[in-house]
Design a protein around this ligand. Sequence first.
Ligand code: ADP
Ligand code: MG
Length: 347
Amino acid sequence: MSSYNVLGIIGGGQLGSMLCQAAKNLDVKTVIYSNDKDSPAQNYSDDFIYAEYDNESKINEFANQVDVVTFEFENIPVPTLKKIQEIKPVYPDPNVNFIIQNRSKEKNFINQLGINTVDYKNIYSHKDIENIEKFLPGILKTTTLGYDGKGQYIISNAKDFENIDFKNEYILEKKINLQKEISIIITRYQNGNSVVYEPIENIHKDQILDTSKIPSNIDQKIANQSKDNAIKLVNELNYVGTMCVEYFIDENNDLLVNEIAPRVHNSGHLTINAYNISQFESHIRSVCNLEAIEPVMKSAAIMQNIIGNDIFNYKNKEYKSNEFFFDYLKKEAKPKRKMGHLTTLKI
Ligand code: ADP
Ligand code: MG
């Protein structure tokens, strides 16, 4: 099978920008499709289409302009992805989004493979609010469209449901005592072979990723298990591209999958500077069917996310040779908005 030279990317945020930069180094042309006219990724892509995700004629135009399509966020309507798939290959396959866009389907899929998640219960209507004691204290999460802690509510007792609007479906997860959070970045190629990056240790603040570091301070058994699970998941999904598996390690040192992101991921940004090949380049190589490269860690590293107005403390600053500042070039700094990151290599 030959390789693809023009890549369509749906979504135009920082992940799109970094995908375009990686593509450029591989001589792959990029077209960004986004419903945000201020998309930062248009600064890095060869072409930019600004339209809604259900605009059929624009979707057609986009699909006809490229050789292969991928995406930088998972919540694109599945019918849109399927429509594109009638014209050009889409990687990863939209069936993956169908599962992963819904927290209940996602957890069910993971558990069926014998991989553990936190205990949870579907809460679709008032009548589901019974026998919930074993999930308390818990976190109520909308089944769809949540990110960076959006659509999540702490539930201490049944009374806390009073303010919940049952227009949405939810899952109630047991709130566990986290010992640590880690993630695995894995890339599966079109021939079915995968490459796996070393586990990354993550710290969240206010449910938003704050720092990521490698190597992670975990025992070998957990490290192996986290990689083995990731391989099992991508194989089962017949996945093509880079995927992230977010894990919890609970107080008993048990490894649980928190969630799966069918895309490049914030915790993998340090791979740009700390590895011979970044998560972005691996993604481009796999979806464009280029030669696989085994990731090798060159250096220990820590990545600090820069949120909201903090970005102004980082702009126009001198950085040392082991520090790499990324400005996402977003038009407006808003609270909780990811504005940039700083990766520091420990050399
Ligand atoms: P999002 O989809 O918004 O990223 P997550 O489900 O990953 O939401 O939750 C964000 C963060 O909130 C997690 O990384 C973790 O720090 C914390 N969290 C989420 N669910 C639980 C839980 N069941 N127990 C303890 N902490 C949790
Ligand atoms: Mg998450």
